[in-house]
Design a protein around this ligand. Structure first.
Ligand code: CMC
Length: 428
């Protein structure tokens, strides 16, 4: 088998090396193509372009496989905890009991944020979307930890920055919600686990004890695991490309949060609930919305359907669909939009339009229904995604730094005007 591909261009033959990943995926290395042939490649949306080699997450979109560091998402969701999976993706191996205890301890010691952050938070209008708020607050951490601006510090110092962001994001997220509600802030309680602490800061009050329902905390932990990483998606690529300019971890994560916000990416979980609510308010006629989704002159898309990589099924969606039934059952919640979601899925999966294009429910289709049952308001859904995705972003940033990746700087094919003389304003 040859380990190069040949390109025949204008009568000349160019040999391009082929590299192979540990799961057998092959890629043509075109990094020298321009210097040898004068050609670049173009691939809008990077649909067929590998931006890096990575050892964090493996996806097989055709077979619906998702593994972190070699462990299947099904096993991790079933047997692990969010903090354990966070350790796994960031440091590469499952932690020993002692490593996990130390990691948890370190995180709980950094959950508090500087009091001056409150002044920034209070500057936001109460209507501010919490994704914008947390993206800004994460970026503001660079002001409170100025040494973090230098990503070339020792690995211990960089690790301190990593621990801080994982510890503080739940506090910032819960505070963004409290500020929106104009309620007093609740400070972290370091006796609680990661999710229970977050839920107490979201729903508790400083004046009274708040009992976290273990069903709710466990369900949230599972949802966070399912969001931990998803290789070179829009937000992870953003984090890597921002970090590739040697911008700090906080700045890179802040950019990742902004990228996640859009409705085609993490913002889809909010959009799904809004869509299901609209269908319900419109009388629950699912087929009408299926028709709209297929109509190319209508901008409506079935939110929570389709994926750039998964063309058969999204393994996370399967786990979440089952979890939605379990959680709603355990909490005694009867949400009519769960029935609309299931009906919509049933109709779409039998429809030739969706079959031909490999469109299936993705991770966002059922997650919002669980968040709703847990009492989380709709505009906080994407914040939940960000909490879950944080370890993945950190792992991607850390790997990019350790690999010494060059600054990300795509090329373009210029299609504008050719050289032309300047026209004075009175002659235009
Ligand atoms: N509803 C209706 N048609 C769709 C949908 C949809 N949700 N998704 C894709 N299509 C059609 C699209 O119109 C196109 O049709 P045609 O070939 O006739 O032009 C074909 O399917 C391929 O779509 P694409 O937009 O070229 O695919 P993409 O890989 O660029 O986009 C996607 C992937 C996820 C952005 C897209 O499927 C979408 O917009 N889905 C809805 C938003 C959503 O649920 N996003 C969450 C993704 S999973 C969470 C995460 O971000 O990790």
């Amino acid at each position: 088998m040859s380990n190069f591909a040949e390109l025949n261009y204008e009568g000349k033959l160019y040999q391009l090396p082929v590299i192979e990943g540990s799961e057998g995926e092959k890629a043509i290395d075109i990094s020298k193509l321009r210097s040898t042939s004068g050609l670049i490649t173009i691939d809008k949306g990077f649909k067929n372009t590998g931006s890096t080699e990575s050892a964090i997450t493996f996806l097989d979109g055709e077979k619906g496989v998702l593994r972190h560091r070699g462990y299947s998402i099904e096993e991790l969701a079933d047997k692990s905890s969010f903090i354990e999976v966070a350790y796994l993706v960031i440091y590469g191996e499952l932690p020993t009991e002692e490593q996990l205890k130390d990691f948890q301890l370190e995180i709980t010691h950094h959950t508090l944020v500087h009091e001056d952050v409150k002044a920034i938070l209070e500057g936001f209008p109460s209507k501010a979307h919490p994704m914008g708020v947390i993206s800004s607050l994460v970026s503001s951490l660079t002001a409170f930890y100025p040494k973090s601006l230098d990503p070339n510090r020792s690995s211990e110092e960089v690790n301190g920055t990593i621990i801080r962001i994982i510890a503080k994001l739940p506090t910032l997220a819960a505070w963004a919600f409290k500020n929106r509600m104009r309620q007093p802030l609740v400070y972290p309680n370091n006796n609680l686990d990661y999710c229970s602490n977050f839920l107490r800061m979201m729903f508790g009050l400083p004046t009274e004890d708040y009992h976290v329902d273990p069903v709710v905390s466990k369900a949230l932990d599972k949802l966070l695991i399912l969001h931990v990483d998803h290789e070179q998606n829009c937000s992870a690529s953003t984090v890597r490309i921002v970090g590739s300019s040697h911008a700090s971890l906080y700045a890179s994560i802040s950019a990742g949060i902004a990228a996640l916000w859009g409705p085609l990416h993490g913002g889809a979980n909010q959009a799904v609930i809004e869509m299901l609510e609209a269908i319900k308010a419109d009388g629950g006629d699912v087929s009408k919305y299926i028709t709209k989704a297929k109509d190319k002159s209508d901008p409506f898309r079935l939110m929570g359907f389709g994926h750039r990589v998964y063309k058969n099924f999204d393994p996370r969606a399967r786990i979440i669909k089952k979890a939605a039934d379990d959680v709603l059952g355990a909490l005694g919640v009867n949400d009519p939009i769960l029935d609309i979601a299931k009906e919509l899925e049933g109709v779409a999966l039998k429809d030739q339009y969706f079959i031909d294009r490999g469109l299936y429910p993705n991770v966002d289709f059922y997650s919002g229904i669980i968040y709703r049952a847990l009492g989380i308001p709709t505009d906080m859904f994407t914040v939940m995604f960000a909490l879950g995705r944080l370890p993945g972003w950190v792992a991607q940033w850390k790997e990019m730094r350790e690999y010494g990746d060059p600054i990300g700087r795509p090329r373009q094919v210029y299609t504008g005007h050719n050289d032309r003389p300047y026209v004075p304003i009175n002659e235009r």
